[in-house]
Every structure is written in C-alpha cells, then in structure tokens.
Ligand binder design. Sequence first.
Ligand SMILES: Nc1nc2c(ncn2[C@@H]2O[C@H](COP(=O)(O)OP(=O)(O)O)[C@@H](O)[C@H]2O)c(=O)[nH]1
Ligand SMILES: [Mg+2]
Length: 454
Amino acid sequence: MEVTTRLTWIQEKLLEQLLGKASLTLLYKSSVHQFITLDITKRCSNQGSTMTVIHLKQNIVGVFMLEQFPLLRSEKSSTCVWFSFRQGSSTGMSALVLNTQVEVSVTQLKFFSPGGFSLIVDPRNYELHLSAEVIKELQLDLKGVSPYLECEIFRVDGIKRDPEFIKKMVTVKQYRKKLLSALRAYRPHEDLVPEVRILLVGPVGSGKSSFFNSVKSAFQGHLTRQAIVGSDEDSVTKQYRVYTVKDGEGGKMLPFLLCDSMGLDERKGAGLCIDDIPHILNGYVPDRYQFNPCKPKEVRLSTYCTSPPLKDRIHCVAYVLNINSVNMLSDQMVAKLKKIHRDAVHCGVREVALLTNVNNCDEVLDDNFLNMTESMTSRSQVKNVQDMLNIPIANILMVSNYALERSLDPLKDVLIFAALNQMLRTANDSLEDLFLKETASANDSLKRRSRLRK
Ligand SMILES: Nc1nc2c(ncn2[C@@H]2O[C@H](COP(=O)(O)OP(=O)(O)O)[C@@H](O)[C@H]2O)c(=O)[nH]1
Ligand SMILES: [Mg+2]
C-alpha cells in the first residue's frame, strides 16, 4: 500500500517553495513505520537532504537538513532550517537558519543548536519537546511539551546544495513577511484621507500597468493580470484607471490607490497629453477617463473655485522608467518628464522613480535586504534619474515586474513591496505638507474675513 503524507497539497507546496523549487518524497511516517532507530536511519540516511515534519493540532513544526540524515549522531553541525506555520494558513511561515546537530537514539529524534535551541521528538509518547528559544523565535503559541499527531520525514530533491543559497532563500522569505506587515500596518498621515493616491507616469511600455499587476499579484499570492499590458508602439492603456488592491483573496481593501495613466510618447500629439497632468495631480480626472492625446480634459473654471478634496488629489508621483532604456531617452521625452516634475513641485507632491526590468534581482538588495547595494545605486541609470528629475537616491526604486513568469518569486515580491513601501512613505510626506499648507491658507482666509467684519 502506498504511504501518503498528511500534508495538504497547499502545505506541501509551501514547504517546497521554502527552499526555492524543491520536491518532497515521503520516506518515513510515524503512524505507519515503527520508531526503531535502525528502521528510521535505514529509510532516511543516504538520501541527501531531508525534511522532518511534525504535525500538531494547530501547527506544523519541522527541520530541513541540508546534509545527510545521520546514522546515529551527526559528526558536526550543519545548515538546517527550522520552521513553523499554522495549520490552515498558506502564508506566514516562520523560519530560522541554524547550525544544527542531529541525533537518533532508541527513544528520541533530537535536533539541537547552540544558543539553547532544541527540538526533540519522543515517539513513544507522541510528544514534541521544544525549548523556550525555539518557541519564541518561531513565534509559536505552544508549551514546552506538546502532543503531536504525526511525524514524517521527506527526501528533498531539486535544491541548490549551497548553505549560502539556503540562507538567502530563508532570509528573503522573512524579509518579505516583515515588509508585508509594515504595509498592512500603514495608515495615511493622521488619517487625513482614506487612501493615498500614487500616480504612475512614464513612457509607453515602461511597465506602469505591469507594476499594478505585480503589486496585486504579490498581495494576492498568485499571478493576476487585471490591467492590460502590451508592447505596442502606442500606449495600450488609453483610459485613466484608479486601481484598488485587496490584502489577499477576499481580504480587506488596502489604503492606497494606484493610478495608471496613458504612456508618454516623445511625438507631439501622441500619448498622454502633458497638459492633463495638473488636472490629474489636482484630482479633476475621474477613474476611466478616456485620454485624448491632442486635447487636455476640459476643467470648467468655476470648479477651480472649490478645488477637489485632499482625498482626490495625487499624493505621490512615481516616474516609471525601464532601467535598460533610461539612458537613451530622447530630448523630447526628457522635456515631458521635466514638465511633469515642475507640475508636481508646484502642486506640492513628492516623487519617486521606479526603475523596471531589473534582471539581476538578487544584486539589488544587500545581504540583509535592508538597503540597495552600492553597486546598484552607483549605476549610471540611477545618477541619470537623480540629475534629470532631482529625485533623492532613497526614492529611486528598482523592481522586476511579473511579465512572463508562471509563478510568484519571493525575491521579486520583496522588491515590489519595498518599492510600494517607499511610495507610501513619500505619499505621507506630501500629505503632511499639503495639510499644513491648507490649514495655513484656511487660517489666513479666516483672519482676513474677521478683519473685514471688524
Ligand atoms: N521582463 C520584464 N518585462 C516587463 C517589465 N515590466 C513590463 N514588462 C513588459 O513590458 C511590456 C509593456 O508593459 P506595460 O505594463 O504594458 O507598460 P506601460 O505601457 O507602461 O503600462 C509588457 O510586455 C510587459 O510584460 C519588467 O519589469 N520586466
Ligand atoms: Mg499601461
């Protein structure tokens, strides 16, 4: 009879993705095979990398071992990934990379690592013993000793047998999780508006619509293509679109809107009409407005007397530029971008640049995923954008949009989330400033009115 795992399909995928694109083959299952040291080691040693998975009522806890499963006790420590996630949750895995020793005795399977980390499987009593350090670092809501339902050991195939690579994969996941929590905790400054608005502008084909699709995909946990993208010479996007993004399938709406515009064209009378920009920035252009490249939107003067509320205005302009062609922009295109920059400054809106089509994702961020590496920030494209649009280096962001991929990539997600995070912070700077300006001018007019009354 074939022995099948207790893991659900989603759980199995989650574990396979923890290490890149691995595949799992079940070697040992406690409820089927006996816990006899000889039996376990016969099944699991000489199999290459393995993953031990312990099923508890509410959680799954486990250890991935890069080196061979030992016959009795591992000679020296080796790279292991200790992980946990909640049953029923397809996201939110906690993981640690620890130099670990493994021991199989007559009564126990034991993983231990310096710093007080220990995980012991006691099959006679179906108990899992975890040290306080493990409980804390894996964010488990468990006591030191918990009953378990099943213990399984898998062979892991298809991974890069490189401790540095494994470390990087796990760190990327942890950093993605951190960024996601920061994004979930984001609030527009002083709750002045329900959502901040980020305007995506840039040449035709630079990846504006793809960026929205990428953000949506990263939050949904699977690839989506709501906005139509294309590689026509003319802009595929003809309408102004204000997109919302939900936090996961059926999740709540996130407090930002991505405003996708028609692409800029270096030719006169083609692409987004540059005179539409002030109207967009000031909130006069509604969702699904059909752009006319030759004529800006008519805004009746009377409506200017009562300008649209703060919530309808743009709070961050993102210049979306393809990193491979940013050094070759025509003078006409640069002139259009500079005009938008002047309009943004005039309206008090802060700006970022988003460089798309970055191929070498893993070179962008430093080892801790905290900062852009120096080699990336010193590139000519970054200097060029900095000079052209006077954008501070912290606001020059890099992504690789989802274009031809079949599945999500945590490294791409990290860059997408990091870029979005900086856009939201920038939007808050604008909000704070716009609010102060509005309050000052409202106070001025109040004073003027009271002086007139006197
Ligand atoms: N490889 C790669 N292709 C991209 C990226 N961003 C956009 N694309 C592709 O470039 C083309 C134009 O993208 P699109 O989002 O329609 O550009 P837009 O005109 O600025 O909205 C599409 O074929 C996209 O798949 C990226 O970061 N990497
Ligand atoms: Mg588009």
